[in-house]
Write a protein that binds this ligand. Structure first.
Ligand SMILES: NC(=O)c1ccc[n+]([C@@H]2O[C@H](COP(=O)([O-])OP(=O)(O)OC[C@H]3O[C@@H](n4cnc5c(N)ncnc54)[C@H](OP(=O)(O)O)[C@@H]3O)[C@@H](O)[C@H]2O)c1
Length: 324
């Protein structure tokens, strides 16, 4: 089969596309013929050796796939060859076939296409877990989303709207902010040009926001934390800007607010039943028309380096998907 391979850590351009042996399923595993694989920021970190987990070389990046089960290992009883599924694989997805474990593989609902199914788990899974389970977001509250036109950011905007909150979207360009308005943001801030703190103070009458969703880090974090209202929650989701910010700890004290870590991959691993419940709730939102992944572009396996490069250059709005 054809696969994108990483033989050593490096930039996207160091990836190769090669013929390699098809995977064989071990106990509890299944093989999926990949029809679509979502591109996520962690893929850019994985190939550079900057991510939390490090698969042995050579490996394919690509952490969430949708496709057709082609083989099942011992002990897999809930799925069979021919089933249309989507799965969280962590890596291995930028290939014609990949391995998945049965507890992180879900049957696709009728009527859903592979590209959509490969765009739900990482972004909506992360953002739903963050907003619902970690922040306890309530209808009527105000939610500020940084990097709001990116993968997890845009999912947070849609879910914030779905959960009945007022969403303020912050992003770097007018085009990105227009997409955020279409996804449900009622107010927007171009944080590359506008003072984030001043704008939030004006928008909230000095009260601040109830919840901040921060997948960006870097210089925006402190301004956003200073914009949290009394008993607010600050969600630490990621550091796409590349810099892990240090924060003055007097700020959570003065605001009586919580700084809350979000690690969805660990949640899916340690609390599979709770994750399954969230996946089902997300599928219900999809079927009710509340959430719709925005697919900006699809790429072939040969074009994976280009897709990852564009992501590292802040050029993706919503999702890129690879269709082997
Ligand atoms: N904690 C978890 O469980 C979890 C799960 C999934 C992802 N994540 C993390 O969340 C972050 C975002 O992931 P994603 O898939 O949404 O990525 P993405 O689609 O690339 O979005 C990231 C956004 O960050 C902003 N950004 C600011 N500076 C940037 C820079 N130097 N390079 C790239 N983007 C920059 C960009 O928005 P503007 O141009 O508008 O600023 C971009 O849209 C990543 O750090 C990822 O590792 C965490």
């Amino acid at each position: 089969m054809k696969a994108v391979l990483c033989h050593q850590y490096g930039p996207p351009e160091s990836l190769t596309v090669e013929e390699t042996a098809s995977p064989k399923p071990g106990p509890g595993q299944l093989v999926i013929a990949v029809k679509a694989c979502g591109v996520n920021f962690p893929d850019t970190l994985l190939i550079q050796g900057k991510y939390q987990f490090k698969p042995p070389f050579p490996f394919s990046p690509g952490g969430e796939v949708a496709g057709i089960v082609s083989d099942v290992g011992e002990g897999v009883t809930n799925l069979k060859p021919g089933d249309r599924v989507f799965a969280l694989t962590g890596s291995g997805g930028f290939a014609e076939k990949t391995l998945a474990v049965s507890h992180k593989t879900f049957r696709m609902p009728d009527g859903m296409d592979f590209t959509t199914a490969a765009s739900l788990m990482y972004t909506y899974g992360t953002s739903y877990y963050a907003l619902k389970d970690r922040a306890g977001l309530q209808a009527g509250e105000t939610l500020l989303v940084l990097g709001a036109a990116g993968g997890v950011g845009l999912a947070a905007v849609e879910l914030g709207r779905t959960l009945g909150t007022t969403v303020i979207a912050a992003a770097s360009t007018d085009e990105k902010l227009e997409l955020c308005r279409q996804a449900g943001a009622s107010q927007t801030i171009k944080y590359s040009h506008e003072d984030l703190r001043e704008r939030i103070r004006a928008m909230t009458g000095g009260q601040g926001v109830d919840v901040v969703y921060d997948p960006v880090g870097g210089p925006y974090t402190e301004a956003a934390l200073r914009s949290v209202g009394w008993r607010g929650r600050y969600l630490v989701v990621g550091f796409a800007a590349g810099q892990i910010p240090a924060i003055p700890l007097n700020l959570p004290l003065l605001k009586g607010c919580s700084v809350v870590g979000v690690f969805w991959g660990a949640f899916a691993e340690k609390q599979p039943a709770d994750n399954l419940k969230n996946v089902r709730e997300l599928l219900a939102f999809y079927q009710q028309g509340q959430i719709r992944p925005h697919i900006q572009a699809t790429y072939s396996l040969d074009e994976v380096p280009r897709a990852l490069r564009l992501m590292m250059d802040r050029q993706v709005m919503g999702k890129f998907v690879v269709t082997p």
